[in-house]
Write a protein that binds this ligand. Structure first.
Ligand code: ATP
Length: 356
């Protein structure tokens, strides 16, 4: 089976071809990069309307060159969650393409796709999944036909919480990678500020031991909150704390919260596998903390390669193929998008007798 996937929930216009027999994924993406501030929904939708036809055309052309006119067996698209104006463009493109090609349409939940790509790439059977993405943050575990939300953010998504701070200090979007490099610079004492900071002393690891700012750490069972920490980080910047020092403490606090709730989820479910998904999962420090925790409790840990972590159509095509193989397709008349589509609303049709 070969599935053409289309993604465009917020910032990344992306199309992909998944060839299940070869287990190969071709991805073409065109990101929206705001000139200033964060993601503007109208600008993002304008970007989607220009970029989606181009990435789809590019992938379809490559597919037909390789496999001929019957290259695509199904079209899968991100049905939600995401920005409504962007989702509607993706939905329209997918319906039109499925109709033109005469193939079934598959409506994919973007958050379940973040999870399933990790399960697919790792070969894990029944992992807990931490989705650490821009607009979301939650822990999922499978039980009785659904992915249950074991814990989640009570307010902002993890990437959005970090980006809120970077916007405040005037850094361009996306802020996460910039926070990562500033924090690493502070931790090694290599930066101007780090070498001045008490305890940094140019010694690797010393910042981690002595220089954490006192920021809000909010975990309630397996739920957590980021709104307080974003505001406190902004306040620290306003009061003159060096930005690299704030980046370091922000990361340590936020990722410790995510590591704590992941460990609790593994402990309470008895699972011994953890997969990580979402754009923030590209952060080395987050992966390091989760891997250390898993190693300490004898669990296996997997984070897919970066092209499958940030928003991408590869994960939509892969889950779309599993759903199509299970007969889980959607009539065009019933394929409306859903900006608030939660992962636990999805009946998991594809796990019994998985064939792709
Ligand atoms: P969702 O998947 O919930 O719809 P999204 O559409 O915002 O979220 P993602 O691609 O999953 O998209 O994640 C983007 C987020 O990842 C941004 O907030 C960005 O700052 C963050 N990010 C990217 N790289 C890093 C990094 N190295 N460290 C921390 N955060 C990062």
């Amino acid at each position: 089976m070969r599935v053409l996937g289309i993604e465009g929930t917020a910032w990344c216009a992306s199309a992909a071809l998944y060839d299940a027999e070869a287990d190969s994924v071709l991805i073409e993406s065109d990101p929206y990069e705001p000139d200033s501030g964060g993601i503007h929904p109208r600008e993002a939708a304008e970007h989607m309307s220009e970029a989606i036809p181009e990435v789809v055309d590019s992938v379809l052309t490559a597919a037909e060159e390789r496999h001929g006119p019957d290259a695509v067996d199904a079209v899968a698209f991100s049905r939600g969650p995401g920005l409504g104006p962007c989702l509607r463009i993706v939905g329209t493109a997918a319906r039109s393409l499925a109709g033109t090609l005469g193939v079934p349409l598959v409506g994919v939940n973007h958050m379940v796709a973040h999870l399933e790509i990790g399960r697919h790439r790792s070969g894990f059977d029944n992992p807990v999944c931490l989705n650490a993405s821009g607009a979301n943050a939650h822990l999922l575990g499978y039980h009785d036909g659904r992915y249950r939300v074991l814990g989640e953010t009570m307010d902002a998504g993890v990437g959005n919480a970090i980006d809120k701070f970077t916007r405040h200090v005037g850094w361009s979007h996306p802020g996460g990678p910039k926070v990562e490099s500033a924090a690493a610079e502070f931790a090694t004492g290599a930066g101007e500020v780090g070498s001045e900071g008490e305890g940094a002393g140019g010694e690797e690891g010393s910042a981690a031991e002595t220089d954490l700012l006192d920021l809000p750490y909010v975990v309630k069972g397996m739920d957590f909150s980021f709104s307080g920490i974003s505001s406190a980080a902004n306040d620290a910047a306003d009061s003159g704390v060096p930005v690299e020092e704030i980046c370091f403490s922000l990361q340590e606090h936020v990722f410790a919260m995510l590591t704590e709730v992941s460990e609790r989820a593994l402990s309470l479910t008895g699972a011994d596998e953890l997969v990580l998904g979402g754009g923030v999962a590209q952060n080395d420090r987050l992966r390091e903390m989760l891997a250390t925790m898993c190693e300490a409790r004898g669990a296996d840990f997997h984070a897919p390669e970066p092209r499958f972590l940030r928003d991408n159509a590869g994960m939509i095509a892969v889950l779309g193929a599993k759903m199509a193989a299970a007969g889980d397709t959607v009539p065009i008349a019933e394929s409306a998008v859903d900006p608030s589509f939660r992962p636990d609303q999805v009946p998991v049709t594809w796990r019994d007798g998985e064939s792709v």
